[in-house]
Design a protein around this ligand. Sequence first.
Ligand code: SAM
Length: 294
Amino acid sequence: MIQITSPAAIRNIMQSHGISCRKSLGQNFLVDNNIINKIIASAELAKSDLVVEIGPGLGALTAQIASAAGKVIAVEVDRGLLAVLSEVLEGVQNLEVILDDALKIDFDRLVGESTGGEYGRSGKKYKLMANLPYYITSPVLMHLLLGRFNISIILIMIQAEVAERLAAPPGSKTYGSLSLAVQYFTVPEILFRVPRTVFYPKPGVDSAVVRLTVRSEPAVVVRDENMFFNIVRSAFGQRRKTLLNSLAGSGLGIDREACLRALENAGIDPGRRGETLSMAEFASLTDSILEVSG
Ligand code: SAM
């Protein structure tokens, strides 16, 4: 195994393979062993853990995950990094590197096939870790959540400002449809902030490490989950509008009168804004919209 946690080491190894950092793939590599150790400690890894890592990059985090966990399956989209990864992680036995796009993967199937069904859909739960590329943070999260994969925790490093959104309570400026989706499926905790200086190349923003503990059941019970998320999206579509105007003017296909009745039945003032509604209120609004729309 080679140490690649310094800008000089990264430059050297990439140069020797004739490649360079691809900004378009969000390639900002970690160059700080303390941060890597803190991330590993936060995942509370044991030899019984199977970890899927999205975006191993040059393997800085991957190497440490592999020494603490039972097995790592690392999914990297950049073919150009594969040769570097196998040089850096040479001799690491409990690692499988997959060349693929994390947004397209059925993770349960991947780990099921790799472990003969021991982990995955009808097997044991696994952990997901990533220093996520900023450009796909929300789509990756939505893919992981809506896929209902058999994951116990998602430990991710993301842009600090997005981390705030994931954990935001109702009424706060950063509360939005991403907060609701994440809090519906998981319990989010912002663990610590990470300054931009620990990456090479240095990004324009700071990051934060977030742990999402996946709930065994969603936080609220709704009769129609698609409708619930459509209502949430409509309510936040135009943040300045009242709830009544957002819902009636959205693509939900429900007229103003019906929206008004649904809001009244749910005991929600139609003049409120979407950002003030709790998840429980969105759930009862969903049920009451379903009732009035037959
Ligand atoms: N884990 C490494 C580290 O911490 O130094 C690299 C993190 S870097 C922020 C993000 C990594 O994700 C890059 O290696 C990039 O090529 C990879 N990546 C970008 N888009 C991806 C996708 N759709 N699927 C899988 N990996 C992706």
